[in-house]
Design a protein around this ligand. Structure first.
Ligand code: HGY
Ligand code: MN
Ligand code: MN
Length: 427
């Protein structure tokens, strides 16, 4: 990022409206599957309704609203020099099953608030400012997470676009249903020519800021995430009449595999290589209490800030699966679902965030992200960074997820001031 000399970054005259933001958080929280708070899965009716609401909010601010080929919904506020590359902020509004009200949503609401304040002051930026709601950030019926931001970065593969959900539709069809143009995907949709910088606000989804009593996390790195589907095949049999030695129990094999994955991840995690591995999704077929499990489908994900560590871990885990299946006379299929490398956040963006936090009297801390984010993909197109705000006891991906209105307002003010600062210093 080419920058002008930094001047004293005083807190600027533009102030976010905390109550207005909180109203938007509460409005979005009503758009959820009933009796499963909070569940708004990508590509479902509730998700379509939440995007319709967001589009109306953008229209009300007279933003130029569009959906790109990857299905990302964006609103653009013109700048004083419209030919300049835009500055952008955003996140996602889809949730995990029975997730929270802030994961992704806080970033979209804060980005919208920045547009709201800028619009109220009649274009105080040189550059266009864009708010983006990225399509399907969470893993969904089509396997791949970060669908919209991967698509924007030109990272969606033909195999991922062909991935077929249980209802027989493909990811490409789901993107088209969301207003995208999957036939135009493949190359990056944006470049530094039209995107000068990107900042994403997100709840930390961890306990560091709360324990360190800091207001703002300045994200230094975002982990890479690799996801595999594994399918172990045995033989469904009567649970009462099949002696133990005659079984090919797919779930017993899967259980041994999952414990081995956990043990290996504990051994491989180290001070200089963050590594976590999880089997969070597992399906037993036919899943009857009196049937020896005939098949198990599971998803394994591994994350690290060092790509070579993830690669070796996944290779070794596949070896463990093959050995376990052979010993138990089970069949084994495995398939790579998605993979993205770790990314370093732009140093100039980190500095702008740090200065904006200081100008607002907010304490801050530089830290890595163990969660994946859309910024990890946008960061392959332009200088990108992230602002973390604390969340209660680090809880996330659960209904107990919480951040205070004051914490959200503090983060949104730092976001706005970072955007203003970047507009000033990027040449
Ligand atoms: O899974 C993640 O890291 C993100 O919350 N989708
Ligand atoms: Mn999430
Ligand atoms: Mn998220």
């Amino acid at each position: 990022m080419k920058k002008k000399p930094q001047s004293a970054a005083g807190a600027n005259r533009l102030k976010v409206d905390s109550a207005r933001m909180w109203n938007r958080v509460e409005r979005l929280a009503t758009l959820t599957e009933k009796n499963q708070p909070w569940t708004r899965r990508a590509f479902t009716d509730w998700y379509v309704r939440s995007r319709d609401w967001l589009r109306r909010e953008m229209d009300a601010l007279h933003l130029t609203v569009s959906i790109d080929a990857a299905g990302n919904l964006s609103g653009t506020l013109p700048g004083g020099e419209p030919h300049l590359a835009a500055l952008a902020s955003g996140s996602h509004t889809d949730t995990v099953p029975r997730g929270g009200r802030f994961d992704g949503i806080a970033g979209v609401v804060a980005a919208l608030e920045a547009a709201n304040v800028l619009a109220e002051h009649g274009r105080p930026l040189k550059r266009p400012y864009q708010i983006i709601d990225f399509l399907a950030e969470e893993p969904n019926a089509y396997g791949t997470s970060c669908v919209g931001s991967r698509g924007m970065a030109g990272e969606l593969t033909p195999e991922q676009l062909d991935y077929t959900a249980d209802d027989g539709s493909t990811l490409a069809q789901a993107i088209a249903r969301s207003g995208g143009r999957p036939e135009s995907l493949g190359a990056p949709l944006r470049s530094a020519k039209d995107l000068a910088g990107f900042v994403e606000l997100h709840i930390e989804q961890g306990v560091v800021l709360e324990q360190e009593r800091r207001d703002i996390g300045i994200v230094t790195d975002i982990v890479g995430i690799t996801r595999y589907n594994f399918s172990l095949g045995g033989q469904a049999m009567h649970a009462g009449t099949t002696p133990m030695e005659r079984r090919r129990d797919a779930l017993a094999g899967a259980a041994e595999f999952v414990v081995a994955v956990e043990k290996l991840a504990r051994r491989r995690a180290s001070a200089d290589a963050y590594l976590v591995a999880t089997v969070g999704k597992l399906e037993v077929i036919p899943n009857g209490s009196n049937v020896v499990p005939g098949r198990v489908d599971l998803v394994l994900e591994a994350r690290s800030n060092r790509d070579t560590v993830t690669e070796k871990f996944c290779r070794d885990v596949i070896g463990i699966a093959k050995e376990c299946a052979a010993r138990r006379n089970l069949s084994l299929d495995h398939r790579l679902v998605s993979q993205n490398d770790a990314i370093h956040c732009d140093a100039g963006v980190q500095t702008a965030i740090e200065r904006a936090a200081a100008a607002n009297g907010c304490s801050s801390l530089r830290m890595p992200s163990g969660a994946g984010h859309d910024a990890a993909h946008v960061g392959r197109l332009c200088p990108a960074g992230m602002i973390f705000i604390p969340c209660l006891e680090g809880k996330s991906h659960c209904p107990e997820e919480w951040t205070d209105p004051e914490q959200l307002a503090c983060g949104a003010q730092v976001l706005l001031d970072s955007i203003v600062e970047l507009d000033r210093i990027i040449e």
